[in-house]
Design a protein around this ligand. Structure first.
Ligand code: ADP
Length: 474
């Protein structure tokens, strides 16, 4: 018998069902993997977009919305919202900070004094508009070394001292600065103040501020005030000491007040008393015009009539000097003006009286001319007397100024305040006054004033010192 080969079946052969189950499982796994891969890819993309959104939100961009597929993911939606809220808040804070800084800078730009804010390395952090006007440059100011912009060692010294002392330091210097016209400089007095800044020092911040203030006008005003007090005291002292000298003599026990010498003394005292009254009146007129020009009356009156009345008032002096005063109006009509008649009486009185006073020679001719041009009255008071030397012309409107030469100053009565009052009064009516003189031939004072007179609001501005910008200490 031959051996037979037998096969033992250890496992049953796979059925079709079994095979397809495996394939399905593999396919499912693959599908799941694919779903997760896609989801993961989207998640990564969304996170990338979220990150990009955060990165660019500094420029005000918003966090992009989540892709639709991820909107169902509560974690992601929550994260997205939290980030969006945080960014929105940060943007708001940044925005309000930016607005606040712009507001502060606008405020500092409104200040007429030059202001620099420097960092701890003395580089410019901020320069206001006045600082830029004082030190013009076509380079940007920010982050430049301060002393590249302001090359004045005195300012540097002030800053250094303030830093050393840790407190505010001031100095007063004179400087040549641009005067608004190309390549033109003018000398001004400047107050320099520097002070270290405290805030942020512990975080490496700190720095200093520097202020440069033009105090030229302030110093001039102070000088004018001092001169005025000195001149006024001087002018009042002479008549007062004459009067008190006489009074002392008269006070002696055995004085007979009926003696002719004392009668003469009384006459002299009366004359000096009148002079004091006139000086004080003139000073009060100036002070009133300076401090309360807005209280000027605004009443209609006729300029030609006012001149005629002044001439009438001065008739005794006109006759004494054998002078002739003529009024020449450009045409025959009313010369109505709206203003303060009280001051116009003073204006005409002082101008005509001056011409009469200054000219001792008989036969003087004085002419008052009136005309209207371009909405302004032009009023000229001229005489053919000794005139005013050219060197004195710019000074005659100053307080207490009296021409010294060949005017026999002591013989001619006056306070030196007459023309100051005239100038102030004309300016209070928004006018101008000029003088021209050719000694021995013709001296003309010309007033130009708006026909409508000063408007009330403008008068108030004048009182606040806006009108008399010429800094002429008249
Ligand atoms: P005063 O009280 O001395 O007249 P003013 O201010 O009125 O003072 O005048 C200043 C100076 O101007 C006078 O002292 C005089 O020297 C000069 N002045 C003014 N008007 C005339 C004029 N018409 N002719 C010559 N000099 C004049």
């Amino acid at each position: 018998m031959t051996g037979a080969t037998g096969l033992i079946r250890l496992s049953p052969p796979p059925t079709f069902l079994e095979a397809s189950t495996s394939i399905a499982l593999i396919a499912l796994a693959a599908a799941l993997a694919l779903v997760f891969a896609v989801r993961w890819h989207r998640l990564r993309r969304s996170i990338r977009e979220l990150a990009a959104g955060i990165a660019s939100s500094g420029d005000g961009a918003m966090v992009p919305p989540l892709r639709r597929a991820l909107r169902n993911d509560p974690e992601l939606v929550h994260l997205n919202r939290a980030i969006a809220d945080t960014l929105a808040e940060a943007a708001l804070a940044r925005d309000s900070e930016r607005r606040q800084r712009a507001f502060q800078e606008a405020l500092l730009n409104e200040i007429k004094d030059a202001i620099f804010i420097l960092d701890r390395n003395r580089e410019i952090h901020f320069a206001n508009a006045a600082a830029k006007a004082l030190f013009p440059s076509d380079q940007p100011y920010r982050s430049r070394a301060f002393f590249e912009v302001c090359r004045d060692h005195r300012v540097y010294d002030t800053l250094e001292l303030a830093e050393d002392l840790g407190s505010k330091v001031s100095d007063q210097i004179t400087m040549r600065v641009p005067d608004g016209r190309p390549d033109r400089l003018r000398e001004v007095s400047i107050l320099v103040e520097a002070e270290p800044l405290d805030f942020g020092r512990e975080n490496g911040g700190g720095g200093s501020w520097i202020l440069l203030k033009d105090i030229t006008a302030q110093l001039e005003t102070e000088q004018i005030r001092q001169d005025f007090v000195a001149n006024a005291s001087h002018e009042l002292r002479t008549p007062l000491s004459i009067i008190s000298g006489y009074l002392e003599t008269m006070d002696e026990a055995d004085t007979d007040l009926n003696e002719p010498v004392f009668r003469r003394a009384v006459a002299t005292m009366r004359k000096h008393g009148q002079r004091i009254v006139r000086i004080v009146d003139d000073m009060l007129s100036i002070s009133k015009l300076e401090s309360a020009a807005d209280l000027l009356a605004r009443e209609p009156f006729d300029l030609k009539e006012t001149v005629a009345e002044t001439i009438e008032q001065l008739m005794p002096l006109i006759e004494e000097k054998s002078a002739r005063v003529t009024v020449k109006a450009a045409d025959d009509r009313d010369w109505t003006f709206f203003g303060d008649r009280f001051y116009w009486d003073q204006i005409f009185f002082n101008l005509i009286e001056n011409a009469l006073k200054q000219n001792p020679e008989p036969g003087l001719k004085i002419t008052v001319r009136l005309k209207e041009k371009d909405g302004r009255y032009l009023i000229a008071v001229s005489d053919d007397g000794i005139g005013i030397p050219a060197a004195d012309l710019p000074l005659v409107f100053k307080r207490f100024y009296r021409v010294q030469k060949h005017h026999a100053r002591d013989k001619v009565k006056g306070t030196g305040l007459g023309l100051s009052i005239v100038k102030r009064a004309v300016e209070a009516h928004h006018g101008r006054i000029e003088v021209e003189s050719r000694p021995g031939l013709k001296t003309v004072f010309t007033i130009s004033v708006p026909v409508a007179g000063p408007r009330p609001s403008e008068s108030a501005a004048f009182a606040a010192g806006n009108e008399s910008k010429d800094a002429d200490p008249a």
